[in-house]
Design a protein around this ligand. Structure first.
Ligand SMILES: [Zn+2]
Length: 211
């Protein structure tokens, strides 16, 4: 299997919300099965898909309307899905990318922020206004990898462009949490770096073929 190596450089603190049921007065950080703070696979996949969709749209490629199931690609016979579904899958197409939890080795801190004064009266929204949350302080550099079975170099180029377009991870990016840059490098199944120029050329060819 081929891989994409990731280096995520966080410019400041990170908050990825975990299981709220676990602690009622603190918004916990997401954790893996062993209780270690992590960026879960679902978070990474969601970010990667959304960013790749935006890149594809900006390039003029047609994409379906995820996550609305009825409007997602459902190819029949010789049809193919849109470029995004061919990478990430739909209910009818297998995805070609396989994520791992990104485990954080940095210590988790509990941060207390001054609450909006109305938060105690507005019971239903109280968790959104919670004043205490677990964060991982930044700046911080993380490495990880994504395995994939993408054979089409144009789609691999698009998947890399999607990763590089991600600028924030987790909640509260409006207040400066999780702001990041991501470096992504494709490594083939023989562990050799993939030639970026050939990916770019394949992507340009795909764009030329797109009506
Ligand atoms: Zn699609």
């Amino acid at each position: 299997m081929a891989t994409i190596e990731l280096t995520i450089t966080l410019k400041g603190p990170l908050h990825v919300g975990g299981n709220l049921a676990a602690a009622r007065d603190i918004v916990p950080f997401a954790r893996d099965a062993r209780g270690r703070p992590c960026i879960p696979t679902t978070t990474l996949k969601g970010l990667h898909r959304a960013a790749t969709e935006q890149v594809a749209i900006a390039l003029g490629l047609k994409v379906c309307h995820s996550p609305v199931l009825s409007q997602m690609c459902h190819p029949i016979n010789s049809e193919t899905g849109c470029v995004v579904c061919r990478i990430f899958g739909s209910a009818w197409l297998p995805g070609q990318v396989f994520y791992h939890d990104l485990v954080l080795t940095a210590a988790v801190l509990t941060e207390t922020r001054v609450a909006a004064p109305q938060s105690r009266r507005r019971q239903v929204r109280i968790e959104r206004h919670a004043t205490r949350r677990e964060i991982v302080p930044g700046p911080l550099t993380l490495t990880g990898r994504i395995d994939h079975l993408i054979h089409d170099p144009a789609l691999l180029g698009l998947a890399l462009a999607g990763l590089r377009a991600i600028t924030a991870i987790g909640g509260h990016s409006a207040t400066g949490y999780g702001l990041c840059t991501i470096e992504a490098r494709a490594i083939d199944s023989l562990k050799r770096p993939v030639d970026e120029a050939s990916l770019a050329a394949a992507l340009r060819q795909l764009l030329r073929e797109t009506p």
